[in-house]
Design a protein around this ligand. Sequence first.
Ligand SMILES: Nc1nc2c(ncn2[C@@H]2O[C@H](COP(=O)(O)OP(=O)(O)O)[C@@H](O)[C@H]2O)c(=O)[nH]1
Ligand SMILES: [Mg+2]
Length: 448
Amino acid sequence: MLIFDTICALSTPPYKSALATIRLSGPKTKEVLSHIIKKDVNTLEPNKAYFVKIWNDGEVVDEVVMTYYQGPKSYTGFDSADFSIHGNMFIVEDMLDTLVKFGARRSERGEFSAQAYYNGKMDLLKAEGINDLINANSRRARKIATETLSGRNSQVVTTLKNELLSDLSSLEYFVENFYDDEDNDDYDTVVDKVLTSLQTNILELSNLIEKTKNANKQYQGFQIAIAGEPNVGKSTLLNALLKEDKAIVSPIPGTTRDVVEGEKEIDGLLFRFKDTAGIRKTDDYVESLGIERSYKTILDADLVLLVSDCGFKDMDNNQDLKEAIQNKPTIKVATKRDLNPNHEEGDLSICSMSDDLTPLIRLILSKLNLTEKEESLFLGKREEEYLIKIQEQMKLSYDALSDTRNIDIVSDTLRVAIAYINDLMGNSESQTMEDIYQTLFSKFCLGK
Ligand SMILES: Nc1nc2c(ncn2[C@@H]2O[C@H](COP(=O)(O)OP(=O)(O)O)[C@@H](O)[C@H]2O)c(=O)[nH]1
Ligand SMILES: [Mg+2]
């Protein structure tokens, strides 16, 4: 991947549609344009839409609306152009071939954003935020991604970095000037000041990490396992929750062999409900494989709906099941209320065939602590991991300084913390453009 190449791509989905958008960006943009439009490219005004014919070998490829952007005032920071063309895939291919013929290259995934990062148009936090927004799969996910795009996260880590730099420089100033003079009264003052600053920032980071973890969870959505013995109404419950006929329901125990799943947006969040094979002792080989999958699904779930139509004593005595749901939010759902109206066991009693399931859904939301709307400045596993690593180094600095009050060790750990902040934002000299592209931009959409 060469960041200085002039690149082109289809930025909209590759299907027949009214319009399609093709992007061109890079230092040779004007040169490419000079071959394909009849207008003098030096007279093009930036950010203005032109209705033009695109030419190749004396033939018109398409009549398009073209917007020219002049670097650095463009998304990528390079000269670039967007073409709004007719959404026919033959035209799209001809258009891309034409751009390639006159000097562009078809882009890899995320290369436009990589150019923007390279040209200082955005840091990695912002770039990742844009990708998170595009990939958001629920309303709440979209909202969280929009919040993280505000740029406040970059400000927060920049402020933290400046404070760590200031801690470091006050310690180092002291070492340089008064190293042999440990009785100097100022020594304690400097150490105490740095300790207080570290302590405040460590606490602040705990808060940010917690919020990031929650945001990540909410962004990805939740896995809910529906588990229990055969024939208790698990598949009926799945169908009722999804309001569709997803899983086969029958009075024959052992009907569900594999995990059957379906998605549903509740309260703006994505839930993946997973109906499992009924758990029982069996000699049937295929059924036993299904039951193994049931246990795996329970282990991976964020919450388990434990279903029974005749009380939960047997399940409470099942050691394997007990271990699988250990420390996991669990709701005991007593089914077939119509047949057994005095069912008093379990957290709630339902008839999946006729009841409104809102109370169950409310219980799921409250068990997962989702009733409060979560706000977070950071989103993504990469962010979460870096925040944790930064905090670890700060804790090491704090412990070393408060134990030994020795400044030398602390300088090293503080420097590592600062290096991690640089990596997080993409300001580090140790990361090459290729490394950054592989870890981040290569996961973006084509044409972004
Ligand atoms: N009366 C009544 N029957 C139910 C209810 N839920 C499920 N059933 C019936 O119980 C049988 C087993 O249901 P199914 O969902 O396949 O159970 P699973 O093996 O746990 O998945 C089927 O005949 C369903 O129609 C309910 O709430 N009331
Ligand atoms: Mg079933």
